[in-house]
Design a protein around this ligand. Structure first.
Ligand code: NAP
Length: 295
């Protein structure tokens, strides 16, 4: 039997509608307009398109957004000064520095410079620490989106065997941590796999839920999964181009074959991707409420 497709596009649309109402209420009842600044250094085309999608989404929801583009040779000091300017700006509640940064800039120094109260990407150590402790904080956007996809699709995570493949700081580690916590879309038993894992297929085969965040196209194959598995595919891999030059994308999962065994599966594109930007908007609205003292 073919799996139910979890449409991130549809779930994201529903959350964006909720946010639109929340933003309108904030304006009307509290005279607060959530503000987001995106800071891009250089001209990487993928980063440019991510940043412009973020600003477009913000506008559509009524969030004030500013898009700052700095030249590729901007010094670390100048970038830190830009971050500090927005740390102090009362109209800005969320600061996003688009990664990766040019090699001559120390990413850690820049991420640590963002006011944790405006850290809507959830990458500052204060927020990472709070997340691990299970305290209220800004959750990193992609893992946050995965939690929403699971809970809004009615997937039972409590007691489930979850295998996460990939241990990046932005996806693998945080989603593994969040799903073991006593929370919605949590209470799972977690196995975290990476390049040193000895028998990936054996771990995957006993998983009730597989979350793949690897960056290797179609790495998870049908023979590695059990019947009824829930699959969340985070991978975005460019595997070719169409005749008119558009990128052909594939996830980390062999979608066509695995969907015949899975109970639920996310597609690529249209799965986790649309959720990441949406959760950035959610974090920005949360930041505005917290800074303005609105419950
Ligand atoms: P990353 O920093 O690129 O790291 C990849 C992880 O996968 C590493 O932990 C690596 O293990 C592991 N890995 C790589 N090859 C492996 C293999 N053959 N077997 C087992 N493990 C392997 O990861 P990321 O930034 O989380 O990105 C992962 C994918 O998700 C990429 O395709 C990225 O484009 C996509 N992504 C999508 C979104 C979205 O919004 N849809 C957001 C973020 C990322 P080691 O640690 O041992 O090297």
């Amino acid at each position: 039997m073919s799996a139910t497709i979890i449409s991130g596009t549809e779930v994201a649309k529903a959350i964006r509608e909720e946010l639109k109402t929340e933003v309108a209420d904030l304006k009307e009842k509290h005279a607060v307009v959530p503000g987001l600044v995106t800071i891009l250094v250089g001209e990487d085309p993928a980063s440019q398109s991510y940043v412009s999608a973020k600003n477009k989404t913000a506008h559509a929801l009524g969030i004030h957004s500013e898009q700052i583009t700095l030249p590729a040779d901007t010094s670390e000091q100048d970038l830190l000064a830009t971050v500090e300017k927005y740390n102090k700006d009362k109209n800005i509640h969320g600061i996003l520095v688009q990664l990766p940064l040019p090699k001559h800039i120390n990413e850690t120094n820049v991420l640590y410079a963002i006011d944790p109260d405006k850290d809507v990407d959830g990458f500052h150590p204060v927020n990472v620490g709070k997340m691990v402790l299970g305290e209220e904080c800004f959750l990193p956007c992609t893992p946050h989106g995965i939690l929403e996809l699971l809970s809004r699709s009615g997937v039972e995570t409590s007691g489930a065997e979850v295998v996460v493949i990939g241990r990046s700081n932005i996806v693998g580690k945080p989603i593994a941590n969040l799903m073991l916590q006593k929370r919605k879309a949590g209470n799972a038993t977690i196995t975290l796999c990476h390049t040193r894992t000895k028998d990936m297929a054996a771990h995957c085969k006993r998983a009730d839920i597989i979350i793949a965040a690897v960056g290797v196209p179609k790495m998870v194959t049908a023979d590695m999964v059990k019947d009824g598995v829930v699959v969340i595919d985070v991978g975005v891999n460019r595997i070719g181009k169409t005749a008119d030059g558009k990128a052909i994308l594939a996830g980390d999962v062999d979608f066509d074959a695995v969907k015949e065994k899975a109970s639920y599966i996310t597609p690529v594109p249209g799965g986790v991707g649309p959720m990441t930007i949406t959760m950035l908007m959610k974090n920005t609205v949360q930041a505005a409420k917290q800074i303005a003292g609105v419950k």
